[in-house]
Design a protein around this ligand. Structure first.
Ligand SMILES: NC(=O)c1ccc[n+]([C@@H]2O[C@H](COP(=O)([O-])OP(=O)(O)OC[C@H]3O[C@@H](n4cnc5c(N)ncnc54)[C@H](OP(=O)(O)O)[C@@H]3O)[C@@H](O)[C@H]2O)c1
Length: 335
């Protein structure tokens, strides 16, 4: 094993994952073009040990972790990994709970911790329903993982478009809906439940299942560490790092997600919520399958390695990182 590979092995992977991929060694992340404006996140070995923010969050059995895109790929693994690294409740959102068999299997092994809720990022009513359900049942959110994303396969979809001529209005609109508008609207809906500073009594006007507006008064918990929104972006969303062109809708949507992250961080720091955009590295999921033949073996990450690495980053965050865009190893990526 070379030295850099050792450095970038996920700290937790060998401890917590029993799958055959647990010993995966990742090479050093590539050098980005452009200047990052945020400091790197240094992955701390003591990130989740007693007294740290991450420890307080992970050890709290009342804490609520919300994951979307949890039917498969990185989102499904987030649910699995959260059962191992935290003690709280997990709200796993996906478009079609009835057909999300792998998610159901994980949920049935952790019945008291996992609730599956339907959520389609293109349907605002489902975002409202999820927010209402979480507000009435849990009355708090401690971390939100916006994982959903679409890229397309280039065969059955226009995306990812290699040329301007390949672009189609409907696909661009759908990419923006799923990759940025949905995650932003969900963050808006859940952010009152993530407040950790200032007033602890909030009043929400939520729409209930019958579509009627309902007033809720919620007493937020005292003494919580900063809450976190982590949104899955992609390196190709970096404007300064763009040397190849192409992948129009995906690049546009992830660049917009990065801008939303920076803008939200400026507003949400007043309520004690951190928000970051994360690049997972090329990970072996359905999304990357059509493009894997040109990826070197050591650069195609098993999904458990990716998620444990991203959790290491989230657990090592501090105030100055909020608003930033980081890869799976915690290196800041230029916008
Ligand atoms: N894999 C990689 O190499 C890679 C690299 C860079 C960035 N990323 C980012 O990482 C994130 C996760 O990617 P992945 O590889 O896990 O992808 P994936 O395996 O294709 O999974 C995508 C997830 O998004 C959900 N989804 C799609 N459209 C949705 C909608 N309208 N509403 C709600 N959920 C929807 C899918 O649900 P259904 O099962 O219902 O379709 C699925 O759960 C994405 O944001 C992606 O851009 C991935």
């Amino acid at each position: 094993m070379n030295r850099s590979a050792k450095i970038f092995t996920s700290r937790r992977t060998q401890q917590t994952c029993l799958s055959s991929t647990s010993a995966f060694q990742a090479p050093e992340p590539p050098q980005s073009h452009g200047q990052p404006v945020f400091p790197d996140v240094h992955i701390r070995n003591d990130a989740a040990t007693e007294g740290t923010n991450a420890f307080l969050r992970n050890d709290d059995s009342d804490a609520v972790f919300v994951v979307n895109g949890s039917s498969r790929g990185i989102g499904l693994q987030f649910v699995q990994t959260l059962t191992q690294r935290t003690r709280g409740k997990i709200v796993a959102c996906c478009r079609s709970p009835a057909t999300a068999r792998d998610l159901q299997t994980i949920a049935s092994a952790h019945q008291h911790r996992i609730q599956i809720l339907p959520l389609d990022m293109e349907q605002q009513s489902t975002i409202d329903d999820v927010a209402y359900k979480i507000a009435t049942e849990y009355r708090r959110v401690d971390a939100l993982f916006n994982v959903v994303g679409i890229l397309g396969d280039g065969v059955t979809t226009p995306g990812p478009e290699r040329t301007l001529a390949a672009m189609e209005r409907d696909w661009l609109q759908k990419s923006l809906e799923v990759n940025v508008i949905g995650p932003l609207m969900l963050t808006k809906a859940l952010s009152p439940l993530m407040r950790t500073t200032g007033t602890k009594v909030i009043r929400l006007s939520n729409r209930n299942a019958s579509g009627e507006s309902e007033q809720l008064q919620i007493n937020l918990p005292h003494g919580r560490p900063p809450t976190v929104v982590a949104s899955l972006s992609a390196r190709v969303g970096s404007i300064s790092d763009n040397r190849l062109g192409g992948w129009y809708s995906y690049r546009l949507s992830k660049a917009a997600l990065n801008q939303a992250t920076k803008t939200l961080a400026l507003e949400l720091k007043r309520q004690g919520t951190w928000i970051v955009a994360l690049h997972p590295g090329t990970t072996d999921t359905d999304l990357s399958k059509p493009f894997q033949k040109n990826v070197q073996k050591e650069r195609l990450f098993p999904v458990d390695f990716t998620v444990n690495s991203l959790m290491d980053v989230v657990e090592s965050l501090d105030d100055p990182h909020s608003g930033g865009f980081f890869d799976w190893a915690g290196k800041a990526i230029p916008f």
